[in-house]
Design a protein around this ligand. Structure first.
Ligand SMILES: Nc1ncnc2c1ncn2[C@@H]1O[C@H](COP(=O)(O)OP(=O)(O)OP(=O)(O)O)[C@@H](O)[C@H]1O
Ligand SMILES: [Mg+2]
Length: 326
């Protein structure tokens, strides 16, 4: 049994102009100690999927119109609210992109970290503070004991992100969802924070869902990747295989648009056009208007997720051609 299993999840938003289909039937699994990277352009449904799992979707305007979210075999979507809150508190945690807005600006970092222990474990103030320092040390904040009384704005962006990781780790969850945890940081700090997250994840044997639009950051830390486009998963693969040989033109486009040292001087590839409006998803394959390989068939026939190899699937009618081209 997987730690988390998402089956045929559908999420819509009611808007003034109609129904936006943000998530249109996605499936994936994450095991203990496993990292799944969820990749895709802005608006592809990554955060909405995460919010649905965490139970923090804005409802309304959002609504989950189908599917199951099985955590340790039990469907979170049909659980009584009370029980769901308990599961979330004890087993799930989330790291957001923007620590400054996720942390409370008027409370010290030590207080906010300690609160987890006071509220959930009935720790005394003194115990909570000691735990907070310990956590800050775990995420390698220099001078933790001196800085436990500082406020969030007194830390650099990278350090604040470490504090977010510390908060997520506090209750030793089974699964962490990190939604663009390093996007706001500069590149070197990004790598440090990502390495730290990966290291702690291994140590605690947690499942990790790492949401990003940057293929560059996931290569070293993820086990497998799900590529999202317009609310669907269009390719899934073990990370190394996906890099070596993408089976979907969208994935290939993303890979070709990563700057690479060995191709210095060459113009960087950009996928033409923009993702579709979720109010008007194209007929046939939703990627067809932007796809360099698209042909007539793609404009009318919506591709299923084809099995292309062990643990690999692609929603491209012509995935075979991509394999043969190499
Ligand atoms: N609260 C909301 N109300 C209405 N529509 C929403 C809401 N939240 C999300 N959506 C819709 O769902 C779509 C998917 O949003 P989501 O936040 O999941 O994108 P994303 O893949 O996380 O993008 P990004 O990389 O920009 O974070 C959006 O295009 C938007 O139209
Ligand atoms: Mg997002």
């Amino acid at each position: 049994m997987s730690l988390l299993e998402v089956r045929d999840l559908h999420v819509e938003f009611g808007t003034r102009d109609g129904t936006a289909q943000a998530v249109r039937g996605i499936d994936f699994e994450v095991g203990a100690g496993e990292t799944l990277a969820v990749l895709g352009e802005s608006g592809s449904g990554k955060s909405v999927s995460a919010q649905a799992i965490m139970g923090i979707l804005d409802m309304p305007p959002g609504r989950i119109t189908g599917g199951e979210i099985l955590f340790q075999g039990r469907n979170l979507l049909t659980m009584p609210p009370e029980e769901r809150r308990r599961v979330r508190g004890a087993h799930l945690a989330m790291i957001f992109q923007d620590a400054l807005s996720a942390l409370n600006p008027v409370l010290t970092v030590g207080y906010q970290l300690g609160e987890m222990y006071r509220v959930h474990q009935g720790a005394s103030r003194r115990e909570a503070r000691a735990k907070a320092v310990e956590l800050m040390e775990r995420v390698r904040i220099p001078g933790a004991a001196q800085r436990v009384g500082d406020f969030p704005h007194q830390f650099s962006g990278g350090m604040r992100q470490r504090i977010m990781i510390a908060m997520a780790l506090a209750l030793e969850p089974d699964l962490i969802i990190a939604d663009e945890p390093t996007t706001a940081l500069d590149v070197t700090v990004q790598a440090q924070v990502m390495d730290l997250l990966a290291e702690l994840q291994r140590e605690y044997n947690m499942g990790l869902i790492l949401i990003t639009h940057d293929l560059g950051v996931v290569a070293d830390v993820a086990d497998k990747i799900a590529v999202m486009y317009a609310g669907r998963i269009v390719e899934t693969a073990p990370v190394r295989e996906l890099y070596r040989q993408p089976a979907h033109p969208y994935t290939k486009g993303l890979l070709d648009s990563i700057p690479r040292l060995d191709r210095k001087g060459q113009e960087l590839y950009a996928i033409r056009g923009l993702p579709p409006s979720l109010l008007a998803i194209p007929e046939g394959c939703s990627f067809n208007p932007r796809c360099p390989m698209a042909r007539e068939y793609c404009r009318t026939e919506d591709p299923p997720l084809y099995d292309v190899a062990a643990e690999r699937a692609s929603a491209c009618h012509f995935w075979r051609e991509m394999f043969d081209a190499r």
